[in-house]
Ligand binder design. Sequence first.
Ligand code: HEM
Ligand SMILES: *[C@@H]1O[C@H](CO)[C@@H](O)[C@H](O)[C@H]1NC(C)=O
Ligand SMILES: *[C@@H]1O[C@H](CO)[C@@H](O)[C@H](O)[C@H]1NC(C)=O
Ligand SMILES: *[C@@H]1O[C@H](CO)[C@@H](O)[C@H](O)[C@H]1NC(C)=O
Ligand SMILES: *[C@@H]1O[C@H](CO)[C@@H](O)[C@H](O)[C@H]1NC(C)=O
Ligand SMILES: *[C@@H]1O[C@H](CO)[C@@H](O)[C@H](O)[C@H]1NC(C)=O
Ligand SMILES: *[C@@H]1O[C@H](CO)[C@@H](O)[C@H](O)[C@H]1NC(C)=O
Ligand SMILES: *[C@@H]1O[C@H](CO)[C@@H](O)[C@H](O)[C@H]1NC(C)=O
Ligand SMILES: *[C@@H]1O[C@H](CO)[C@@H](O)[C@H](O)[C@H]1NC(C)=O
Length: 310
Amino acid sequence: MFFQTLALAAAVGSAMAQRPANITICDYYTTALLKNNTATNQKTLLTLVVNTAVIGNYTTPNVGIKVPGILAPATVNGTYVNLAPYFTGALASTNTGGSSGVSVNFLDGGGAAPLMMNMAANNTNSNQYTLLTHLYEYFGILLGCSLQGGADYSTYEGDVSQYEVHKFMQLGYAQVSYFVEQVGLSAASFGVATEDVTAVGTDLMNAFGYKCEPPITIVKAQGAQLQSICDDDTCPLAPNSTCAAYNNTIPAPSNATSIGSGSTATGTATGSGATGTSTSSPAATASKAAGAVAGMSFAAVAGGIAAMFL
Ligand code: HEM
Ligand SMILES: *[C@@H]1O[C@H](CO)[C@@H](O)[C@H](O)[C@H]1NC(C)=O
Ligand SMILES: *[C@@H]1O[C@H](CO)[C@@H](O)[C@H](O)[C@H]1NC(C)=O
Ligand SMILES: *[C@@H]1O[C@H](CO)[C@@H](O)[C@H](O)[C@H]1NC(C)=O
Ligand SMILES: *[C@@H]1O[C@H](CO)[C@@H](O)[C@H](O)[C@H]1NC(C)=O
Ligand SMILES: *[C@@H]1O[C@H](CO)[C@@H](O)[C@H](O)[C@H]1NC(C)=O
Ligand SMILES: *[C@@H]1O[C@H](CO)[C@@H](O)[C@H](O)[C@H]1NC(C)=O
Ligand SMILES: *[C@@H]1O[C@H](CO)[C@@H](O)[C@H](O)[C@H]1NC(C)=O
Ligand SMILES: *[C@@H]1O[C@H](CO)[C@@H](O)[C@H](O)[C@H]1NC(C)=O
């Protein structure tokens, strides 16, 4: 069974050899944690890392690192952060192609419950399924999964510009930092070495954490695109900034008057799937832990320097 493999790997996690420079983070940790470096196992690794980043640590074996999760409120450097409303449909913050943001419920596929079973969602026609699947694919590319692109693990074919995807959210530095910190903590909770966690955190901040970045190629087939996810005036200005390429007059998102498409949201801050489950569910645990983590490991995640995405 897969969890036994993971348990064994986690137990020896601290003794893991250093990753050779010519093996990507994805390939290296797929082998370390799941033994065979196959496309399916690479997708499983990314499923574990993304699901854990979103709802907090839920796999029993980890190396003792608690992950509150992206949906849990927190305080980053004294700034209160709560990303859940962007996912529940509480805010009119999704870009569906019009000139203003729209409310969409992205937790309409069972919320946290299927994520805890290493799935994207209960139903493939949900917004949740599309979002989580796209995140597995996108982060697989960021982490250099060498076997991505076939039937077992598709390449990313979502929106080409992360600026366009996120522009009506008008995210600030604390919010983007929190998201990146959770991704880093998730990786660390599976035993990913500090140097690798740091490199990924730095790459994510460099690619998405500045405003007005010039076009950057993330997915080769999609070419250079505007990628700034950090948009408001708390965000540091990118070196070689090209603010004229961005729309600088988008207002902060407004509260949704009614929750949008695919709506089954409960409006709880920790994801609909977690509501009514035991208080030890990851999202509930995460919620209780809110604030406790702030900044703690952020320096490790975002510090240092690294080449892009290897
Ligand atoms: C900093 C690194 C981040 C990366 C690499 C990233 C990446 C992505 C990707 C690949 C998608 C899917 C796009 C598609 O399906 O076409 C997405 C969607 C989304 N992201 Fe992010 N994201 C980041 C930060 C954030 C933050 C800080 C938030 C805060 C709320 C956020 C909220 C969302 C939401 C709500 C969606 C769904 C939007 C939609 O499909 O229209 N993301 N993100
Ligand atoms: C990585 O480099 C080592 C030693 O330099 C070599 O033996 C190995 O075949 C290389 N691996 C890959 C996947 O290129
Ligand atoms: C690895 O792959 C080989 C060949 O496909 C298979 O026989 C073996 O059971 C796999 N091992 C694990 C741990 O999945
Ligand atoms: C999350 O990780 C922490 C630290 O290892 C652990 O104490 C906690 O039980 C984990 N939570 C779940 C739901 O596995
Ligand atoms: C937190 O504050 C410190 C000191 O001002 C600063 O160096 C660091 O970049 C800040 N981090 C975040 C995520 O805002
Ligand atoms: C999703 O599936 C899980 C596992 O089958 C189940 O426990 C849960 O109730 C389902 N949730 C919804 C909203 O259908
Ligand atoms: C800024 O642009 C110059 C000229 O194109 C380039 O040499 C330099 O590497 C860029 N700096 C950054 C941080 O991208
Ligand atoms: C910029 O955003 C505002 C507010 O959403 C919109 O009304 C305007 O048309 C946009 N401008 C451009 C050039 O897209
Ligand atoms: C949105 O709702 C929150 C919480 O209910 C409230 O504090 C805030 O003032 C509202 N914002 C607007 C623009 O109505």
